[in-house]
Each structure stands twice: as structure tokens, then as C-alpha cells.
Design a protein around this ligand. Structure first.
Ligand SMILES: NC(=O)c1ccc[n+]([C@@H]2O[C@H](COP(=O)([O-])OP(=O)(O)OC[C@H]3O[C@@H](n4cnc5c(N)ncnc54)[C@H](OP(=O)(O)O)[C@@H]3O)[C@@H](O)[C@H]2O)c1
Length: 296
């Protein structure tokens, strides 16, 4: 039996990891902590939590993820994504816990159409990406001389449902606007791999005993915000999940001028096989909408 401690268990990915491990309690003992239980920017707090629970594996989903705000107040992003991550890695080392740390495709800033694997050099374009890359470098440098396993999992454009319903995610927010017949303006020129936190959680559960290192995990294929939401409506119609959604309210727009420099093409793919295949983004979206039809 493996004891798993998920940091950020009420977040988007953390909620799906909670389901993944709590649905397999014959294999795992599960502990979840969030910002109400612990502040990872305080080393003593995270160190005493690991000393108390003695987990075999810590999965760190905690991050400052607001890309726009990170440009305005970068200090907050660095505090959590760099110094918070350093505290988690050092506490794992001290308490002999393996570490899975979640990172992002935003450590890359690619301007051409090209799939990027784990062996390519990062080049972040904004403070969020820079702070996440610095967190990655700290995890590998703290953990690599130990005999503990450590995994950095980079993913992209997550969607799912959260334990905290007031924190609606992009997909659910857009569908909610469409349901009430409000127009939504979405760009068709930023390409990414929308990834279901349910699939990402299964991927992570399959990764725990694999070789240490960096892994890319996304639902295969690419979409723009515009094509993603249109696909969601097509799936809703085809599966007769609801008749409240209309394509007419989805309006294609140019990307708005923004303070944030974002990668136009964010295509990460994996050159490493762990024996678990991520579904395509279309399959994942269909599974998600069917399994969560009560939210529509
Ligand atoms: N969102 C995306 O599209 C995306 C894409 C690629 C990669 N990622 C990466 O995936 C990971 C998970 O993202 P997410 O969207 O699931 O994040 P999220 O929904 O914002 O969840 C973050 C969690 O961290 C907790 N937390 C925040 N500050 C904390 C602190 N100081 N100490 C302890 N816990 C704290 C929050 O607790 P409360 O619930 O109490 O607030 C929450 O449970 C992150 O590493 C992110 O960089 C995200």
C-alpha cells in the first residue's frame, strides 16, 4: 500500500487526483492538503506535515497559475512557484518521500508549429513560465543526488471540475455563458492541447514507479479556444446531452492585445513511453461531458 499526499487537493488537478486515488483505496492511502491546512511558502509547515504523515509520495499541484496577474505582480508567482516548490522538494528530501511535481507547457515559448518533447530546451516567454521553469530546476537539483524518485510532469490547458464549485474552470464558464445564450468571443489563433485532469491523474498514477525525470502528458492533438468550445457543443448535440447550446453564440475573434506574451503554438508531446496512452483531446472532452452531464 502506497501512502500518497496531494498538495492542492481541492484545486482543478488536485480534485481529480483525489478521485483517482480514493477510488483505489486497496492500493493507496490518501491524504490531501490545501491552502487552509498548510502554506508551502513556509518550510516548517510543509516539513512538519511530511514528518507527521510520512507519505511515500508527495504530488505537488500547488502553483500560482494566474498567467495575467503574474505579469503584474511577478513576486507572488515566484514566491509560490519557486520558493514554495523549493520548500516542498527539500521537505521531501528530509522526510524521504518521492516527489511528483506538476509543471506546464508555458516553460516553452514556441512561435512555430512543432511538437516539443522532453529533451528540448525550455525558453519561457512570461513570468508564469519563468517561475515554473525555476521551480523545475530546483526540484531536479534538490532530488537528483538522492535515491528518491522524482518526476516533473508538464501538461497543458487543464480542464475539469473542482471540489470548490465556485472556482469554475474555463470550459465550464464558457458553457455556462452559452447556456444562458450570451455571446462568447474566442480566438482561433492560439493553439494548445486541452487536457482533461481525469486523464492526467491516471497518467500520474501510472508514473509513480517509473524512472525519475521530466515527462510531457497531454491529451493528443491541438485545438484553439474557438475550436475547443465548438467541439464541446457538437458533442453535447450529438449525444443529446442538452438542447440549450447554440453555435451562434460562439464568435471567432482575434486574440486581444494583452500584457502577457503567450506561446502561439503550444504543442508538447512525449518521447517517453510509460505504458499508459493519453486519449486524444476530442475523446477526452466527450468522456468529460458525458460523465458530467448534470453540470450542463
Ligand atoms: N490550469 C492549467 O491550465 C494548467 C496548465 C498546465 C499546467 N498546470 C499546472 O498544473 C498544476 C495544477 O494546476 P491547477 O489548475 O489544478 O491549480 P489550482 O486549481 O489553482 O489549484 C491550486 C491548489 O493549490 C492550493 N494552494 C494555493 N496556494 C497554496 C499555498 N501557499 N500552500 C498550499 N496550498 C496552496 C490551492 O488551495 P485552495 O483550494 O485552498 O485555494 C489549490 O488547492 C499547477 O502546477 C499548474 O502550474 C496548470
Amino acid at each position: 500500500m502506497k501512502k500518497i499526499l496531494v498538495l492542492g487537493y481541492t484545486g482543478q488537478l488536485g480534485s481529480a487526483l483525489t478521485n483517482e486515488f480514493c477510488n483505489n483505496l486497496e492500493l493507496y492511502e490518501f491524504i490531501g492538503l490545501n491552502s487552509q491546512d498548510i502554506d508551502i511558502t513556509n518550510f516548517d509547515e510543509i516539513n512538519s506535515a511530511l514528518d507527521k504523515y510520512k507519505p511515500d509520495v508527495v504530488i505537488n499541484t500547488v502553483a500560482y497559475t494566474n498567467v495575467e496577474h503574474a505579469e503584474i505582480e511577478p513576486r507572488l508567482a515566484y514566491e509560490l512557484n519557486v520558493f514554495g516548490t523549493e520548500n516542498v522538494a527539500k521537505a521531501c528530501l528530509e522526510n524521504k518521500s518521492n516527489l511528483v511535481h506538476i509543471s506546464t507547457d508555458y516553460v516553452f515559448g514556441v512561435r512555430q508549429q512543432k511538437v516539443i518533447n522532453e529533451y528540448e530546451d525550455p525558453n519561457p516567454l512570461n513570468h508564469y513560465g519563468m517561475s515554473k521553469l525555476a521551480g523545475e530546476l530546483i526540484v531536479s537539483s534538490v532530488m537528483k543526488h538522492s535515491d528518491l524518485l522524482w518526476h516533473i510532469v508538464r501538461s497543458s490547458s487543464l480542464y475539469g471540475r473542482t471540489a470548490n464549485a465556485s472556482k469554475g474552470t474555463f470550459l465550464l464558464k464558457m458553457l455556462n455563458r452559452l447556456k444562458h445564450h450570451h455571446d462568447i468571443h474566442l480566438n482561433d489563433d492560439h493553439h494548445m492541447s486541452p487536457t482533461s485532469v481525469v486523464d492526467l491523474s491516471s497518467y500520474i498514477a501510472n508514473l509513480l514507479s517509473k524512472e525519475s525525470g521530466i515527462y510531457h502528458a497531454v491529451n493528443y492533438g491541438t485545438a484553439t479556444p474557438y475550436s475547443f468550445i465548438r467541439k464541446a457543443v457538437e458533442i453535447i448535440h450529438r449525444n443529446k446531452l442538452s438542447s440549450d447550446y447554440s453555435y451562434e453564440n460562439i464568435i471567432k475573434s482575434q486574440s486581444l492585445q494583452s500584457k502577457v506574451n503567450r506561446p502561439r503554438f503550444s504543442f508538447i508531446g512525449s518521447a517517453k513511453s510509460i505504458g499508459f496512452k493519453m486519449p486524444t483531446w476530442e475523446e477526452a472532452l466527450e468522456n468529460f461531458l458525458i460523465e458530467n452531464k448534470e453540470l450542463l
